[in-house]
Design a protein around this ligand. Structure first.
Ligand code: NAD
Length: 304
């Protein structure tokens, strides 16, 4: 590619950094497990947040959970955020129109194509021309989501890990039509929250979940086959492999419904039977045992 004589090779990067520095407010769509943490993460970085969900109950629960997390931060994270200032930066609303002025959006609605397909045309119509849409999905290809909009160059994968306020790195996914500027803007924006980005190309499940969902699914088959108890499966990973968490506790943290949705996406997309969801996992989901968020999954959790 020819380079212009008038600009240094870094001019584009600097301009994008400046554009990221100018973003004053971010839209967070979906106030579930991820949307709550993502809202808190941006607010802690001094960025205003408009958090949108269709469920008033989810919005109320999000506010309460963020409050609780901020209160417990000295214990759980060893630092004391300015609780009142952080909380005051987040506006909770069920009105999508509130997104018309934000500079960037991170979408975290349910991992289900029908739901995502309803949301993107709305975002495309309401958000400003320049606004980049970050897709927080566990497995759905970014290029497919971008096709729901008229701004495929400004749609990028932002796979943020759970719990968002504590995780230092984001998997950023470059869709087939995502522009270099959108990728740079995204990593610069995350840098403002103290996060690093690892940029990867678009394929179902990206890097993390193509591997992680297979592991979790196989661990569920171990339970179905009666090979070991959930606590022994996880102990082996923690104590023999030095993993911080075993695969089943990780699945409970992610949400078993989200795990199942992700496996279905991988199975449908690759048409490879190795991704077929474990029937026992499906049974837990059918029983409403979705992991931590419902109080029980592979393990029981005290309701809080
Ligand atoms: P969740 O089920 O906890 O929350 C989803 C939220 O979306 C709910 O509050 C629901 O009311 C809301 N919603 C549904 N339809 C909506 C609409 N039309 N407009 C606005 N809000 C709507 O799910 P989650 O675990 O937070 O996952 C959200 C996304 O993040 C999924 O795509 C998931 O794959 C991805 N993700 C999840 C994790 C994880 O560990 N849970 C990690 C990374 C990425």
């Amino acid at each position: 590619m020819l380079e212009s004589h008038h600009h240094g090779p870094d001019d584009g990067r600097e301009q994008t950094d400046l554009a990221a520095a100018r973003i004053r407010s971010v839209g967070v769509v979906g106030a579930g497990t991820m949307g709550r943490g993502v809202s808190q993460m941006f607010a802690e970085a001094g960025i205003d947040v408009v958090c949108v969900d269709v469920s008033e109950q989810a919005l109320r629960a999000a506010r309460a959970e963020i409050d609780r997390n901020l209160r417990l931060a000295p214990l759980t994270r060893g630092f004391r955020p300015d609780h009142a200032a952080v909380a005051a930066r987040i506006e909770f609303t069920s009105d999508y129109q509130a997104l018309s002025q934000v500079g960037y959006v991170v979408e975290n609605v349910t991992e289900n194509w029908t739901v995502k397909a309803q949301v993107y045309p709305l975002l495309d119509a309401i958000c400003g021309e320049e606004c980049v849409l970050g897709v927080n999905t566990s497995a759905i290809p970014i290029t497919r989501v971008a096709g729901l909009t008229g701004r495929a160059d400004r749609v990028v994968g932002t796979h943020i890990m759970n719990p968002a306020p504590m995780m230092p790195t984001v998997e950023v996914i470059r869709g087939h039509l995502t522009s270099a500027e959108s990728v740079t803007l995204t990593s610069s924006l995350f840098a403002r929250t103290g996060r690093r980005s690892v940029v990867v190309n678009d394929m179902p499940g990206f890097v993390t979940n193509r591997v992680m969902m297979l592991t979790v699914n196989e661990a569920a088959f171990l339970i179905q086959d009666g090979v070991a108890t959930p606590s022994d499966v996880d102990r082996l990973f923690r104590e023999c492999f030095n993993h911080k968490m075993g695969p089943l506790a990780t699945a409970d943290l992610i949400g078993l419904d989200t795990v199942l949705f992700s496996l279905e996406v991988l199975y449908e997309d690759f048409k490879d039977p190795k991704y077929r969801p474990c029937p026992y996992l499906r049974r837990l989901v059918d029983a409403g045992l979705h992991g931590r968020k419902t109080g029980a999954g592979f393990f029981d959790y005290e309701t809080i």
